[in-house]
Design a protein around this ligand. Structure first.
Ligand SMILES: Cc1cc2nc3c(=O)[nH]c(=O)nc-3n(C[C@H](O)[C@H](O)[C@H](O)COP(=O)(O)O)c2cc1C
Length: 226
């Protein structure tokens, strides 16, 4: 039976998920290059391709992890692109649902603030991933530069899924851009959009055992036919 391109793409989208526990094994450099080469095909405003990506492995990942460990609890979040101001209505519901799924998967009770904090802090350990990709854009390109980077992130995530590489896009990492600027030698005009931890999934870990839902078409599409 032949598989159409649509079916292949649908399967990658259906099967991709945010991995929150990685194995220590590194991804061979050649596979990371293949993935990055694929993501380069991402469209962007006037083909500006504003993304730049810092990719870590080995000691570089360990040093960045240590830098976050020292920094996070002692400093406020100061993202280059404002984090959501509020979650209301259906967004609030969806956010709660995926949050509860996450905490349920690892047996954390809703009211257990301490363990929720611990789980949140796993972000800054990159969920033990051996690699992090930090995605930045140029300040002067504004919101659309960030949008272009978002498209790049999706291409990266789907390409990773196709190669058997697991990934976690993490706004949490973008909450501390000064740390990233200093640590990775980024100029002030490069603005941090997001970080992506990646590697191979620990499929035996319960945190990787849940899958999130998506709204029905009727909830998101308004047809204007006449
Ligand atoms: C831009 C962006 C930022 C995200 N930031 C985080 C994060 O900081 N920590 C985290 O655990 N997950 C983060 N996620 C993952 C989302 O929670 C996840 O994509 C969503 O719940 C849907 O689940 P799925 O990716 O498993 O399909 C982020 C996703 C995106 C696209």
């Amino acid at each position: 039976m032949s598989t159409t391109a649509f079916e292949t793409l649908a399967r990658l989208l259906d099967e991709r998920w945010t991995c929150r526990q990685f194995l220590p094994d590194e991804v061979p450099r050649a596979d990371v290059e293949r993935l990055l080469t694929l993501a380069q095909r991402t469209p962007s405003w006037c083909n500006t391709q504003p993304w730049r990506v810092e990719v870590t492995r080995g000691e570089a990942t360990a040093r960045l992890r240590a830098a976050y460990a020292e920094h996070v609890m002692a400093h406020p979040q100061e993202p280059d692109f404002a984090f959501p101001a509020a979650y209301t209505g259906v967004q609030q519901q969806r956010r709660r649902e995926c949050g509860f799924q996450l905490y349920d998967s690892v047996g954390i009770a809703k009211e257990d603030g301490e363990r929720r904090l611990e789980q949140m802090l796993r972000n800054f350990e990159f969920f033990d991933a051996p690699h992090v990709a930090v995605v930045t854009t140029e300040e002067e390109l504004g919101t659309y530069g960030a949008i272009d980077c978002g498209l790049w992130v999706n291409a990266f995530l789907l390409g990773a899924q196709a190669l058997g590489i697991a990934a976690a896009p993490q706004a949490a990492l973008a909450g501390y851009p000064s740390l990233l600027r200093e640590h990775l030698g980024l100029p002030e005009y490069r603005k941090v959009v997001v970080g992506i931890s990646f590697g191979y999934a620990d499929l035996d870990h319960p945190v990787n055992g849940f899958r999130t839902s998506r709204a029905d078409l009727d909830d998101v599409v308004t047809w204007h036919d006449a």
